[in-house]
Unconditional design. Structure first.
Length: 88
């Protein structure tokens, strides 16, 4: 489920914890825990608020100006996504 969540974030299909939770069939509380786990494990990095305006490479490019949560997929997260893609 962690990689599925990471993929949704990468594709911009989940721009809030609530959207992520809904798409994965989780409660908002579990969605928050999932994001916290992705950050703790080093797959995601929360972007500072307000966004410094350096959106290039951000999984939520431009979303921070709209009041959405913003995460950046770390190199470790990208490697995990690439490994998953290669396995399929």
């Amino acid at each position: 489920m962690l990689l599925q969540a990471l993929r949704l974030i990468e594709r911009g299909q989940a721009t809030t914890v609530e959207e992520l939770a809904a798409q994965l069939g989780l409660s908002p509380a579990l969605g928050k825990q999932l994001v916290a786990d992705l950050v703790r494990l080093g797959y995601l990095q929360p972007l500072a608020a307000p966004c410094p305006g350096q959106c290039t490479g951000c999984s939520q490019e431009g979303a921070c100006s709209l009041g959405f949560l913003s995460w950046a997929i770390t190199p470790k997260g990208q490697r995990a996504l690439n490994s998953q893609a290669e396995a399929h």
